[in-house]
Design a protein around this ligand. Structure first.
Ligand SMILES: [Zn+2]
Length: 467
């Protein structure tokens, strides 16, 4: 009898041992420190994702270690101001503010983030623990910025330029107008080969629909998110914009609407079967497509600009042209006596005669030379450092993408492709991809005072590098 009991006990022990072994071999929780990657400053956030079946953890702790001190950032019993989420059934994500402001114990210098997570294994017999750590740098010294140029005036819908210095090297900088950032470029790209690398130039704009009191600052920001700003604008001027009405004729809609539909499959419009559909399609082109085109132009012109100022002279206006519409004209559209739409016209409409040669407004590189939504056949030329020009409604092209063009060189012929009532050139200037009033760029006095004077005073002289 005793033998039997002994044998049973032995079998039970072996089974238990086996289960214990199996439990120990179960995968520990997987931990990923999503951020910070390398550095942390005054503000910022920490994000850790931990994986286990059912996202069930018995313990989960995050600490930061620095100079022998350990500061707890998170634990399951003390979540503080951390946010917990579950991207899926098996993952738990912890996000919390992380920087000097939220963790005052942080000091400049190296630090280590340490995470450990535990879970119950097979039959709840054992606890398995996974851990992860990351070495980071705490950077609390903000970069420096100093505005060098003087006399900065901004017209609503217009452009301006600033020269400034930033240190240390490698910080990103530029001008911020409200929420919109305009990147700065090394001043060496504007002509002075020997300009020291801390000297930068930024072109920026106060958009036609921004408030006159929108804050405008030069900024420098390091990879830890530390930022220094400097206000520098002396004065901002209101600019009256015109109001105009446009009577939509059926013959116009019949000509332009189907043409744009055929070029814009992504709008998913059907060929209009009657007048109501014709108008509905037009309104989609005039509204939705106009917005999409603006976005597309912004992305293209801001991402592809060269860090070089390709030009020295004022921009050229289409010769002998009649101005049919100006920048930021507020247009109200009528159809069969009823108001049907309102849009703002962000360019100049210049008319001469049919198929007149259209010239490059200045030296640059062709970024776009094909159909572009409401602008029909459209050329965009990059003039460097965030400045570009746009030519719409062309009937033909004389240039292709990548071509280097000279000021006054023929790039195509005027026409009425896209949303155009008659043969004309739609022209606008872009600053970091955003449409601004071209009048300033055509004005030799404005170029001399706002750009050349500042460059000269900052010691940036000499002729620019050609494209
Ligand atoms: Zn136009």
């Amino acid at each position: 009898m005793l033998r039997w009991i002994t044998a049973l006990l032995l079998i039970a022990l072996v089974a238990l041992g086996g289960a214990w072994m199996v439990a120990g071999r179960v995968e520990p929780p997987q931990i990923t420190i999503d951020r910070p990657q390398r550095v942390v400053g005054h503000e910022g956030s920490l994000q850790v994702t931990a994986a286990a079946p059912g996202a069930r953890f018995t313990a989960l702790g995050i600490d930061v270690e620095q100079n022998g001190h350990t500061t707890p950032l998170f634990s399951l019993d003390s979540t503080g101001d951390a946010k917990l989420s579950q991207p899926d059934a098996d993952h738990l994500r912890i996000t919390r503010p992380f920087g000097k402001t939220s963790v005052p114990a942080l000091r400049s210098g190296p630090a280590r983030i340490v995470v450990s997570a535990s879970r119950r294994s097979f039959l709840n017999l054992r606890t398995v623990t996974g851990s992860a750590s990351r070495d980071i740098q705490v950077k609390l010294e903000p970069p420096r910025i100093e505005v060098v140029s003087t006399h900065h005036y901004v017209n609503l819908g217009g452009s301006e330029m600033v020269v400034y210095r930033t240190t240390p090297p490698g910080v990103s900088s530029g001008v911020r107008v409200g929420q919109i950032e305009y990147p700065g470029f090394p001043a060496a790209g504007a002509g002075l080969a020997g300009a020291d690398p801390s000297l930068k130039i930024a072109f920026f704009a106060l958009l036609y629909d921004q408030d006159l009191n929108t804050p405008i600052v030069a900024f420098a920001r390091d990879e830890a998110g530390n930022e220094a700003t400097a206000p520098f604008v002396d004065q901002v001027f209101e600019k009256p914009f015109k109001k105009s009405t446009i009577q939509l004729e059926e013959s116009f809609l019949r000509r332009v609407v189907p043409e744009i539909i055929s070029h814009t499959p992504e709008l998913d419009l059907q060929a209009p079967a009657n007048d109501d559909e014709l108008l509905a399609d037009f309104l989609k082109e005039n509204g939705t497509l106009r917005q999409q085109n603006a976005e597309q132009i912004r992305t293209l012109a801001s991402s592809k600009t060269a860090p070089t100022r390709y030009w020295t002279q004022p921009f050229v206006q289409l010769g002998n042209s009649k101005v049919e519409a100006a920048f930021a004209d507020h247009r109200t559209y009528f159809y069969k006596g009823k108001e049907v739409d309102q849009q703002v016209h962000l360019g100049f409409d210049l008319a001469v005669t049919s198929h007149v040669p259209v010239v490059a407004a200045n030296d640059g590189t062709v970024l776009h030379a094909s159909w572009l939504g409401i602008y029909g056949n459209c050329v965009i030329i990059d003039h460097g450092m965030g400045i570009a020009s746009l030519y719409g409604h062309l009937s033909s092209f004389d240039v292709g993408v990548g071509d280097h063009v000279k000021r006054g060189q023929t790039i195509g012929r005027s026409g009425m492709t896209g949303l155009a009532g008659g043969d004309h050139l739609h022209f606008t200037i872009l600053v970091n991809g955003r449409m601004v009033n071209p009048v300033e760029w055509w004005d030799p006095h404005w170029i001399a005072d706002r750009i050349d004077r500042k460059l000269r005073e900052a010691g940036v002289t000499g002729s620019p590098t050609g494209p």
